[in-house]
Design a binder for this molecule. Structure first.
Ligand code: FAD
Length: 435
């Protein structure tokens, strides 16, 4: 018979936001049996960014339990035992297929039901697949995507099966860049393909991309720009052998990795919750249009106070902080206390090979490149300020020390005025140090 369980609080989803929400619940006080996490993954929440970085190292690769939340922000590592010690129920390998917010009931694929008083939606994103668009041959073996640990294990297995082979990475975003580096480090012959004029165009300017493309080329990665994959060939086993491009060239491939973006997972709530910007609209406490239902992490479209507009942010720092804010808000409501509005400074980072960058703020307005972005320098340090309405609103820095990264964060938050853009370019990082 299908089971029925009742909780005071349910977190739907078992990713980054879920792990940080559980920690905050424990901090604020939660009684045994009050809280459950329901996740379709088989494992307790973990730091997802590790999957495209340490998880793919050829030696001493990161493995669970090493990167369960909340180690990514230097916090306590929440092992499965932590949840049981706190009386938090981890309901794993359980996919919710129906959410009825009117009756406060979730139903799983095997018919179990879960009722709640307060729900936190933390379902994150799913990857966009080439099969979604009917790309010819896209169902071949070894055409891979990366969102969760099952995907990462498939990639590790494929790298072992096709040792020293040829890899094609479709997509020039940060996933494409990080995975190209991982494949190269694992001794694959790597080609990246993307339609844009340069990599990561959503954040990188031409000047920034010039460094990364040059750096990758120096590492032996081939880059094919301005075209897309339109089909794939496979052998008699169904394994991919080639990628056909719109420009009519063909790339041999033993592994193809596709990183062309994601979509927030909000289908379960269609017609029940107000939406905006492709996500679930929330207030500054992450409560949705349905009282008692909160949305955190990738799915939340929240008021970004600093820019006075609604945004969705698909980055790990926001997943952590939105989770903490929502739990604080739930607890403050219960005790009748007040809580300050969420006041987020967008922050995003990436690492590959031995380079690492951080970005804070908003990349709008005029961009001012500073430092030496020559891809051949031994220890690169350069960046970009974005200046809008005479103020610095965003800063990117490659190769910054902890102190320098703190300084650029401060600039993006303070938005200091800039009278002379040429002087800012000349001053470079010294400008940030003075703010
Ligand atoms: P997720 O962490 O994706 O968790 C969602 C959870 O919900 C998953 O456990 C999923 O299985 C579960 N779920 C979904 N639907 C259901 C359902 N119906 N029933 C049950 N469970 C369900 N960000 C950065 O800032 N820097 C980085 O370097 C970086 N690297 C990344 C590398 C990779 C490979 C990926 C995939 C993402 C990376 N990100 C990075 C983005 C960051 O990881 C996400 O923004 C973050 O994980 C969002 O947290 P979340 O809790 O909203 O969603």
């Amino acid at each position: 018979m299908a089971t029925e369980k009742r909780f005071k609080y349910v977190i739907l989803g078992g990713g980054v936001a879920a792990g940080y929400a559980a920690r905050e619940f424990a901090k604020q006080g939660v009684k045994p049996g009050e809280l459950a996490i329901i996740s379709k993954e088989q494992v307790a929440p973990y730091e997802r960014p590790a999957l495209s970085k340490g998880y793919l190292f050829p030696h001493n690769a990161a493995r669970l339990p090493g990167f369960h939340t909340c180690v990514g922000s230097a916090g306590e590592r929440l092992l499965p035992e932590w949840y049981s010690d706190k009386g938090i129920e981890l309901i794993l390998s359980t996919e919710i297929v129906k959410a009825d917010l009117a009756s406060k009931t979730l139903t799983s694929s095997d018919g179990a039901t879960f009722t709640y008083e307060t729900l936190l939606i933390a379902t994150g994103s799913s990857v966009i697949k080439l099969t979604d668009f009917g790309v010819q041959g896209a169902e071949a073996n070894n055409i891979l995507y990366l969102r969760d640990i099952v995907d990462a294990d498939k990639l590790v297995a494929a790298m072992q099966a096709k040792k020293d082979g040829k890899a094609v990475v479709v997509g020039g975003g940060y996933i494409g860049l990080e995975l190209s580096a991982a494949l190269k480090t694992n001794n694959f012959d790597v080609t990246m393909v993307y339609p844009e004029p340069w990599c990561m165009p959503r954040l990188f300017t031409a000047g920034l991309a010039n460094f990364y493309e040059g750096y990758y080329a120096n590492k032996g990665i081939n880059i094919v720009k301005g075209t897309v994959a339109v089909g794939f060939d496979a052998d008699t086993n169904g394994d991919v052998t080639a990628v056909k491009l719109r420009n009519e060239s063909v790339l041999e491939a033993d592994i193809v990795i596709v990183g062309v973006g994601g979509r927030p997972l909000i289908n379960l709530f269609k017609g029940q919750v107000a939406e905006e910007k492709g996500g679930l609209k929330t207030d500054a406490f992450f409560e949705t249009s349905v009282p008692g239902v909160y949305a955190i992490g990738d799915v939340a479209a929240f008021p970004l106070k600093l820019y006075n507009e609604t945004r969705r942010v698909e980055h790990v720092d926001h997943a952590r902080k939105s989770a903490e804010q929502a739990v604080k808000a739930i607890k403050a409501k219960e005790s009748g206390e007040s809580l300050a509005e969420y006041d987020y400074l967008p922050y995003f980072y990436s690492r590959s090979f031995d380079i690492a960058w951080q970005f804070y703020g908003d990349n709008v307005g005029d961009d001012v490149l500073f430092g030496d972005n020559d891809p051949t320098v031994a220890k690169p340090k350069f960046g970009t300020y974005w200046v809008k309405d005479g103020k610095v609103v965003g800063v990117f820095l490659e190769g910054g020390s902890a102190e320098e990264n703190q300084a650029i964060a401060k600039v993006a938050r303070a938005q200091p005025p800039v009278a002379d853009v040429d002087a800012l370019k000349k001053e470079g990082l010294d400008f940030a140090a003075k703010v």
